[in-house]
Ligand binder design. Structure first.
Ligand SMILES: Cc1cc2nc3c(=O)[nH]c(=O)nc-3n(C[C@H](O)[C@H](O)[C@H](O)COP(=O)(O)OP(=O)(O)OC[C@H]3O[C@@H](n4cnc5c(N)ncnc54)[C@H](O)[C@@H]3O)c2cc1C
Length: 451
């Protein structure tokens, strides 16, 4: 029988909580992790995994149309949306079960229920049946995650959905308005347009992907337009109204009126940290609108209480939450502490073609007053890109005093290519180190030799 006293209690089993609990247990700590909903959190159940499962389906379908160039005629192609949704569900289950297995194998005490922080070293566990139990720990990690953020004048409904609601739809709509041209919005737009859905993308700012390199954002805009997506930038949504014909959007675009009607509207207007303020206030834990405030070791202002992942705001990505989780686990157990560096977190946009970045864009670096040198190379200069019909795309690298400080990739396989560049940026490699890199020939990765 497990004791109710632990070295560490983790609240929330998304990527952050999962990584922290698993690594602390492997480092010898007695760990309990509490999950109130689905093991694997947003990423496994409502985020990374279901969206990538659907994008895998639409990509394969869209690619069939390109095969003619290689002398292949696939004949009449069609798709079965119910089978695609089955693939989505299977990948969600596989991912969630993988999380449960690794926690179990590491010896973590897994508790289903809601964890309520009641004092700096105490958590109340409310079981799904409603029973309450007190758990005590030397250290607590808050990994509550985040939730969709909607503009205050827009309320979700049967046809005005967030990504959570959209992923639960079983049938494919004929038309969709996507509000928000950031990562989640452009990924859904790609998936839907590749399956022939009429998509209108409405963005408040004057361009999509406002945080990314401008050339990469322009490149993606062109590609999405080629897919048939109608992109409306500088468009401020005023009303969204459900009518018998669908959803009616009214916006102002550069002083002109913009009206669009579609079956559904998908709101991709960002996410906000899940702040259970009663508990934070009761324990005197500091937070602001951006999230729970932590120091370089992920510790809050209360000794022994840490926070990781989306609940801390910043870059809301799964691998960031994982790295922060591993970092706290290492810090607590003294087992190979891993330092966490926000500037080394890569980000990937899984559109077709994709966009990936690590470190600073040229503009961000210049805004910080750095004197930079930027080099851009085209995919077309690489023979594997040409052979595999991936000729459209580019890599842009930014150097400061010969040190690599940022890379943006726009093109097929961007997400895979950025992995090695993340290692280079995280380790502050310079041109000299990059020259030592032997890259197999012929590969798309060889494009990095041209930098
Ligand atoms: C549509 C979409 C696509 C995405 N795609 C990607 C992608 O491709 N790559 C990527 O890196 N990121 C992606 N993300 C972001 C990624 O999902 C999040 O950054 C990541 O899940 C954050 O991990 P976390 O551990 O901080 O929180 P979460 O994954 O949100 O997990 C928090 C968990 O805590 C639980 N919880 C909360 N409060 C309590 C409580 N009181 N007691 C018990 N349990 C509690 C919740 O039920 C949840 O399971 C995507 C997100 C969305 C919405």
């Amino acid at each position: 029988m497990m004791s109710d006293k632990y070295n560490l209690i983790v609240i929330g089993a998304g990527p952050g909580g999962h990584a922290a609990a698993e690594h602390a247990a492997k480092g010898g700590a007695g760990v309990a992790v509490i999950e109130k909903s689905q093991w694997g959190g947003t990423c496994s159940n409502r985020g990374c995994i279901p969206t990538k499962a659907l994008l895998a389906c639409s990509k394969q379908y869209a690619n069939l149309k390109k095969l003619k160039r290689l002398g292949i005629s696939p004949g009449e192609v069609s798709f079965d949306y119910a089978a695609m949704k089955r693939h989505q569900r299977q990948m969600v289950t596989t991912s969630s079960l993988g999380v449960q297995k690794s926690l179990k194998d590491a010896g973590v005490d897994m508790k289903s229920g809601e964890g309520r922080l009641i004092a700096p070293r105490e958590v109340e566990l409310l079981s799904p049946e409603g029973a309450a139990k007190r758990l005590i720990a030397d250290n607590i990690i808050i990994a509550w995650g985040s939730e969709p953020l909607l503009p205050p004048h827009i309320k979700p409904s049967g046809r005005i959905l967030t990504s959570d609601g959209f992923l639960a739809l079983e049938t494919l709509p004929e038309s969709v308005i996507i509000v928000g041209g950031s990562v989640i919005g452009v990924e859904f737009a790609t998936f839907l347009a590749e399956l022939g859905v009429k998509v209108a993308l409405v963005e408040l700012l004057d361009r999509i992907l406002p945080n990314e390199d401008k050339d990469a954002a322009d490149f993606l805009r062109q590609e999405l337009t080629r897919l048939g997506i109608a992109i409306h930038t500088s468009a401020n949504v005023e009303t969204l109204r459900e009518t018998p014909d669908g959803v009616h959007l009214k916006a102002t675009q550069n002083t002109q009126d913009l009206e669009i009607i579609a079956d559904f509207t998908l709101m991709c207007t960002g996410r906000k940290p899940l702040l259970r303020t009663d508990e934070l206030n009761q324990c005197g834990i500091g937070y602001n609108q951006k999230g729970i405030i932590v120091n370089e070791n992920q510790m809050t202002n209360r000794e022994g209480i840490y926070a990781i992942g989306d609940v801390t705001g910043g870059i809301m990505l799964a691998h960031r939450a994982i790295q922060q989780g591993k970092s706290v686990a290492g810090y607590l157990t003294g087992d190979h502490p891993i330092s966490y560096k926000e500037e080394a977190v890569p980000s990937v946009i899984y559109t077709h073609p994709g966009i990936a970045r690590v470190g600073l864009t040229e503009t961000q670096a210049t805004e910080r007053g750095l004197k930079v040198e930027t080099k851009r190379v085209e995919y077309a200069a690489n023979i594997m890109a040409r052979t595999d019909l991936k000729g459209n795309g580019f890599v842009k690298a930014t150097f400061c005093e010969d040190r690599l400080i940022g890379v943006t990739i726009a093109g097929d396989d961007a997400g895979e290519l950025i992995a090695s560049m993340s290692l280079a940026v995280a380790n502050g490699m310079g041109k000299k180190e990059l020259k030592k890199w032997i890259i197999p020939h012929p590969t798309l990765s060889e494009i990095m030799h041209l930098l």
